[in-house]
Design a protein around this ligand. Structure first.
Ligand code: SAH
Length: 288
Protein backbone atom coordinates (compact mmCIF):
# COMPACT_ATOMS: atom_id res chain seq x y z
CA UNK A 1 0.00 0.00 0.00
CA UNK A 2 1.20 3.48 -0.83
CA UNK A 3 -0.27 6.97 -1.15
CA UNK A 4 -1.63 6.25 -4.64
CA UNK A 5 -3.45 3.15 -3.31
CA UNK A 6 -4.95 5.22 -0.50
CA UNK A 7 -6.32 7.85 -2.89
CA UNK A 8 -7.69 5.00 -5.02
CA UNK A 9 -9.46 3.58 -1.93
CA UNK A 10 -11.00 6.98 -1.19
CA UNK A 11 -12.04 7.48 -4.82
CA UNK A 12 -13.86 4.14 -4.80
CA UNK A 13 -15.32 4.31 -1.27
CA UNK A 14 -19.02 3.74 -1.81
CA UNK A 15 -20.03 5.12 1.62
CA UNK A 16 -18.48 8.43 0.64
CA UNK A 17 -20.16 8.31 -2.77
CA UNK A 18 -23.41 7.26 -1.07
CA UNK A 19 -23.46 10.59 0.73
CA UNK A 20 -23.66 12.27 -2.68
CA UNK A 21 -20.62 14.37 -2.17
CA UNK A 22 -19.74 16.02 -5.48
CA UNK A 23 -16.68 14.18 -6.70
CA UNK A 24 -14.41 17.16 -6.78
CA UNK A 25 -11.15 16.22 -8.49
CA UNK A 26 -9.45 18.98 -6.49
CA UNK A 27 -10.08 17.02 -3.29
CA UNK A 28 -8.43 13.88 -4.66
CA UNK A 29 -5.54 15.96 -5.96
CA UNK A 30 -5.09 17.44 -2.48
CA UNK A 31 -5.11 13.93 -0.92
CA UNK A 32 -2.44 12.91 -3.42
CA UNK A 33 -0.29 15.87 -2.34
CA UNK A 34 -0.29 14.98 1.37
CA UNK A 35 1.72 11.96 2.52
CA UNK A 36 -0.47 10.75 5.38
CA UNK A 37 2.23 8.51 6.82
CA UNK A 38 4.37 11.55 7.63
CA UNK A 39 1.54 12.92 9.81
CA UNK A 40 0.96 9.80 11.92
CA UNK A 41 3.23 9.64 14.97
CA UNK A 42 5.02 6.32 15.44
CA UNK A 43 4.61 4.28 18.60
CA UNK A 44 0.84 4.07 18.95
CA UNK A 45 -0.34 0.51 18.78
CA UNK A 46 -3.64 -0.01 17.10
CA UNK A 47 -4.61 -3.36 18.60
CA UNK A 48 -2.23 -4.28 21.38
CA UNK A 49 -3.93 -7.60 21.97
CA UNK A 50 -2.69 -10.92 23.20
CA UNK A 51 -3.78 -13.47 20.66
CA UNK A 52 -3.76 -17.23 21.12
CA UNK A 53 -3.90 -19.90 18.40
CA UNK A 54 -7.58 -20.41 19.17
CA UNK A 55 -8.20 -16.71 18.85
CA UNK A 56 -6.52 -16.66 15.45
CA UNK A 57 -9.05 -19.28 14.34
CA UNK A 58 -11.80 -17.14 15.80
CA UNK A 59 -10.50 -14.04 14.04
CA UNK A 60 -10.37 -15.91 10.77
CA UNK A 61 -13.99 -16.93 11.29
CA UNK A 62 -14.86 -13.31 12.07
CA UNK A 63 -13.21 -12.18 8.88
CA UNK A 64 -15.25 -14.74 6.91
CA UNK A 65 -18.43 -13.52 8.59
CA UNK A 66 -17.53 -9.94 7.82
CA UNK A 67 -17.27 -10.88 4.18
CA UNK A 68 -20.75 -12.38 4.00
CA UNK A 69 -22.72 -10.13 6.34
CA UNK A 70 -22.14 -6.91 4.51
CA UNK A 71 -25.79 -5.77 4.64
CA UNK A 72 -25.53 -4.74 8.28
CA UNK A 73 -23.09 -1.99 7.51
CA UNK A 74 -24.18 1.61 7.45
CA UNK A 75 -22.94 4.51 5.38
CA UNK A 76 -20.07 5.36 7.64
CA UNK A 77 -19.45 1.94 9.04
CA UNK A 78 -18.74 0.34 5.68
CA UNK A 79 -17.49 -3.21 5.21
CA UNK A 80 -13.71 -3.36 5.13
CA UNK A 81 -12.58 -2.93 1.55
CA UNK A 82 -11.00 -5.86 -0.25
CA UNK A 83 -7.56 -4.38 0.14
CA UNK A 84 -7.97 -4.03 3.89
CA UNK A 85 -9.32 -7.59 4.15
CA UNK A 86 -6.35 -8.88 2.17
CA UNK A 87 -4.01 -6.94 4.42
CA UNK A 88 -5.59 -8.37 7.58
CA UNK A 89 -5.54 -11.93 6.19
CA UNK A 90 -1.88 -11.67 5.21
CA UNK A 91 -1.12 -10.31 8.63
CA UNK A 92 -2.66 -13.29 10.41
CA UNK A 93 -1.10 -15.78 8.01
CA UNK A 94 2.32 -14.29 8.61
CA UNK A 95 1.81 -14.36 12.37
CA UNK A 96 0.39 -17.87 12.73
CA UNK A 97 3.68 -19.83 12.65
CA UNK A 98 4.92 -17.96 15.72
CA UNK A 99 1.73 -18.56 17.62
CA UNK A 100 2.84 -21.34 19.91
CA UNK A 101 0.70 -20.68 22.96
CA UNK A 102 0.20 -16.96 22.83
CA UNK A 103 1.81 -13.94 21.25
CA UNK A 104 1.31 -10.23 21.18
CA UNK A 105 0.19 -8.54 18.03
CA UNK A 106 1.85 -5.17 17.63
CA UNK A 107 0.24 -3.02 15.01
CA UNK A 108 1.76 0.41 14.80
CA UNK A 109 -0.81 2.92 13.56
CA UNK A 110 1.85 4.46 11.33
CA UNK A 111 2.16 1.21 9.37
CA UNK A 112 -1.51 1.53 8.48
CA UNK A 113 -1.33 5.16 7.30
CA UNK A 114 -2.28 4.24 3.72
CA UNK A 115 -5.40 2.35 4.77
CA UNK A 116 -8.64 4.31 4.53
CA UNK A 117 -9.31 4.08 8.28
CA UNK A 118 -9.11 6.48 11.27
CA UNK A 119 -5.85 6.09 13.22
CA UNK A 120 -4.79 6.73 16.80
CA UNK A 121 -2.42 9.67 17.28
CA UNK A 122 -2.16 9.54 21.08
CA UNK A 123 -3.91 11.53 23.85
CA UNK A 124 -7.11 9.60 23.01
CA UNK A 125 -7.43 11.42 19.71
CA UNK A 126 -7.50 10.19 16.13
CA UNK A 127 -6.49 11.20 12.63
CA UNK A 128 -9.72 11.12 10.64
CA UNK A 129 -10.43 8.53 7.96
CA UNK A 130 -9.24 10.01 4.62
CA UNK A 131 -12.69 9.37 3.05
CA UNK A 132 -14.19 11.47 5.84
CA UNK A 133 -11.66 14.26 5.23
CA UNK A 134 -12.52 14.12 1.51
CA UNK A 135 -16.25 14.12 2.26
CA UNK A 136 -15.94 17.18 4.50
CA UNK A 137 -13.81 19.05 1.95
CA UNK A 138 -16.40 18.20 -0.71
CA UNK A 139 -19.48 19.36 1.16
CA UNK A 140 -17.71 22.53 2.32
CA UNK A 141 -17.28 23.41 -1.40
CA UNK A 142 -13.80 24.75 -0.73
CA UNK A 143 -12.38 27.11 -3.33
CA UNK A 144 -8.81 28.31 -3.83
CA UNK A 145 -8.25 31.64 -2.09
CA UNK A 146 -10.79 31.08 0.70
CA UNK A 147 -10.22 31.92 4.37
CA UNK A 148 -11.13 28.93 6.55
CA UNK A 149 -11.23 28.08 10.27
CA UNK A 150 -10.59 24.52 11.50
CA UNK A 151 -11.35 23.56 15.10
CA UNK A 152 -9.20 20.57 16.13
CA UNK A 153 -5.78 20.50 14.39
CA UNK A 154 -4.75 17.10 15.80
CA UNK A 155 -1.82 15.76 13.77
CA UNK A 156 -2.46 18.32 11.02
CA UNK A 157 -3.43 15.88 8.26
CA UNK A 158 -6.87 17.36 7.57
CA UNK A 159 -5.41 20.88 7.79
CA UNK A 160 -2.80 20.00 5.14
CA UNK A 161 -5.44 18.61 2.77
CA UNK A 162 -7.62 21.72 3.25
CA UNK A 163 -4.68 24.06 2.68
CA UNK A 164 -3.72 22.17 -0.50
CA UNK A 165 -7.20 22.97 -1.86
CA UNK A 166 -7.11 26.62 -0.71
CA UNK A 167 -3.73 27.11 -2.38
CA UNK A 168 -1.09 29.70 -1.53
CA UNK A 169 -3.64 32.53 -1.96
CA UNK A 170 -5.98 31.04 0.66
CA UNK A 171 -5.51 30.91 4.42
CA UNK A 172 -6.39 28.38 7.10
CA UNK A 173 -6.60 29.22 10.79
CA UNK A 174 -6.49 26.03 12.87
CA UNK A 175 -6.85 25.75 16.65
CA UNK A 176 -5.93 22.80 18.88
CA UNK A 177 -6.61 22.64 22.58
CA UNK A 178 -4.04 19.98 23.60
CA UNK A 179 -0.53 21.50 23.73
CA UNK A 180 1.21 18.22 22.79
CA UNK A 181 -0.97 17.77 19.70
CA UNK A 182 -0.67 21.46 18.76
CA UNK A 183 3.09 20.85 18.79
CA UNK A 184 2.77 17.70 16.68
CA UNK A 185 0.45 19.44 14.19
CA UNK A 186 2.82 22.39 13.94
CA UNK A 187 5.85 20.14 13.32
CA UNK A 188 4.04 18.05 10.68
CA UNK A 189 2.65 21.08 8.85
CA UNK A 190 5.99 22.85 9.02
CA UNK A 191 7.64 19.83 7.36
CA UNK A 192 4.93 19.59 4.73
CA UNK A 193 4.75 23.26 3.73
CA UNK A 194 8.31 24.28 4.55
CA UNK A 195 8.81 28.01 4.13
CA UNK A 196 5.16 28.47 3.05
CA UNK A 197 3.59 27.54 6.37
CA UNK A 198 3.12 31.03 7.78
CA UNK A 199 1.60 32.33 4.60
CA UNK A 200 -0.84 29.42 4.38
CA UNK A 201 -1.73 28.49 7.95
CA UNK A 202 -2.08 30.21 11.34
CA UNK A 203 -1.85 27.66 14.16
CA UNK A 204 -3.30 28.47 17.57
CA UNK A 205 -3.49 26.63 20.87
CA UNK A 206 -6.61 26.77 23.06
CA UNK A 207 -10.36 26.15 23.20
CA UNK A 208 -11.85 26.84 19.76
CA UNK A 209 -15.42 25.86 20.68
CA UNK A 210 -16.61 29.49 20.33
CA UNK A 211 -14.50 30.11 17.21
CA UNK A 212 -11.99 32.94 16.85
CA UNK A 213 -13.57 36.36 16.55
CA UNK A 214 -10.51 38.47 15.88
CA UNK A 215 -9.18 36.44 12.93
CA UNK A 216 -12.40 36.25 10.88
CA UNK A 217 -14.49 36.60 8.91
CA UNK A 218 -14.17 33.11 7.48
CA UNK A 219 -15.70 31.68 4.30
CA UNK A 220 -15.88 28.26 5.94
CA UNK A 221 -15.67 26.95 9.51
CA UNK A 222 -15.46 23.24 10.34
CA UNK A 223 -15.05 21.10 13.45
CA UNK A 224 -13.05 17.85 13.49
CA UNK A 225 -14.46 16.80 16.90
CA UNK A 226 -18.11 16.12 17.69
CA UNK A 227 -20.25 18.64 19.59
CA UNK A 228 -22.95 17.72 22.08
CA UNK A 229 -26.08 18.84 20.25
CA UNK A 230 -27.88 19.66 23.51
CA UNK A 231 -25.28 22.13 24.74
CA UNK A 232 -23.74 23.44 21.50
CA UNK A 233 -24.69 26.98 20.46
CA UNK A 234 -23.85 27.70 16.79
CA UNK A 235 -24.87 31.40 17.00
CA UNK A 236 -21.34 32.79 17.67
CA UNK A 237 -20.21 31.23 14.38
CA UNK A 238 -22.85 32.98 12.27
CA UNK A 239 -21.14 36.27 13.19
CA UNK A 240 -17.70 34.95 12.25
CA UNK A 241 -18.73 33.85 8.76
CA UNK A 242 -18.39 35.92 5.59
CA UNK A 243 -21.20 36.27 3.04
CA UNK A 244 -22.59 32.83 2.04
CA UNK A 245 -20.46 31.24 4.72
CA UNK A 246 -20.77 27.59 5.73
CA UNK A 247 -20.43 26.02 9.19
CA UNK A 248 -19.85 22.25 9.34
CA UNK A 249 -19.79 20.18 12.53
CA UNK A 250 -20.27 16.56 13.57
CA UNK A 251 -22.55 15.83 16.52
CA UNK A 252 -21.84 13.23 19.21
CA UNK A 253 -25.21 11.72 18.36
CA UNK A 254 -23.80 10.71 14.95
CA UNK A 255 -24.83 13.34 12.39
CA UNK A 256 -22.81 15.79 10.34
CA UNK A 257 -24.55 19.18 10.18
CA UNK A 258 -23.93 21.75 7.42
CA UNK A 259 -25.41 25.21 8.04
CA UNK A 260 -25.26 27.92 5.41
CA UNK A 261 -25.55 31.56 6.50
CA UNK A 262 -26.12 34.81 4.65
CA UNK A 263 -25.28 38.00 6.52
CA UNK A 264 -25.53 36.17 9.82
CA UNK A 265 -28.93 34.67 8.95
CA UNK A 266 -29.36 30.90 8.65
CA UNK A 267 -30.21 30.06 5.02
CA UNK A 268 -30.43 26.29 5.10
CA UNK A 269 -29.32 23.22 7.06
CA UNK A 270 -28.33 19.81 5.75
CA UNK A 271 -27.81 16.74 7.90
CA UNK A 272 -25.78 13.67 6.95
CA UNK A 273 -26.22 10.55 9.07
CA UNK A 274 -23.89 7.96 10.59
CA UNK A 275 -20.63 9.72 11.23
CA UNK A 276 -18.37 9.04 14.18
CA UNK A 277 -15.88 11.51 15.71
CA UNK A 278 -14.01 11.97 18.98
CA UNK A 279 -16.01 14.25 21.31
CA UNK A 280 -15.24 17.97 21.44
CA UNK A 281 -13.84 19.35 24.71
CA UNK A 282 -14.42 22.94 25.73
CA UNK A 283 -17.05 25.35 26.93
CA UNK A 284 -19.43 25.38 23.94
CA UNK A 285 -20.87 21.92 23.27
CA UNK A 286 -17.84 20.20 24.74
CA UNK A 287 -17.33 17.68 27.51
CA UNK A 288 -16.14 20.12 30.19
N1 SAH B 1 -8.16 17.04 12.04
C1 SAH B 1 -7.44 16.10 12.83
C2 SAH B 1 -8.40 15.26 13.64
C3 SAH B 1 -8.13 15.44 15.06
S1 SAH B 1 -9.25 14.67 16.18
C4 SAH B 1 -6.48 15.25 12.04
O1 SAH B 1 -6.48 15.29 10.83
O2 SAH B 1 -5.69 14.57 12.66
C5 SAH B 1 -9.98 16.08 16.94
C6 SAH B 1 -9.04 17.09 17.54
O3 SAH B 1 -9.84 18.13 18.11
C7 SAH B 1 -8.20 16.55 18.70
O4 SAH B 1 -6.85 16.82 18.43
C8 SAH B 1 -8.70 17.31 19.92
O5 SAH B 1 -7.71 17.56 20.89
C9 SAH B 1 -9.20 18.60 19.27
N2 SAH B 1 -10.19 19.35 20.07
C10 SAH B 1 -11.20 18.86 20.83
N3 SAH B 1 -11.89 19.88 21.41
C11 SAH B 1 -11.30 21.04 20.99
C12 SAH B 1 -11.56 22.42 21.25
N4 SAH B 1 -12.56 22.84 22.03
N5 SAH B 1 -10.75 23.35 20.67
C13 SAH B 1 -9.70 22.96 19.88
N6 SAH B 1 -9.43 21.67 19.60
C14 SAH B 1 -10.21 20.70 20.14
Amino acid sequence: MNLQDLVQLVASNTSYLGLNAPRDERVLRALRAVDRQKFIPAGHELTPSLISTEEIGHLRQTIQNLEVESEQYTEFNPPPTEKVMEFIKNLFEAAEPVASSAWTLHLDARELAYQDIPLVIGHEQTCSQPSMVAFMCDILSLEPGMRVLEIGTGCGYHAAVTSEILGAAGHLVSIERLPRLAELGWKNLQEHFNGQLEQRITLLEGDGSFGIYNLGPFDRIYFTAAVNEETFNPTPFARQLALSGVLLYPQQQGSMVRRKYDLGKLEDTQVYKNVCFVPLQGKNGGME
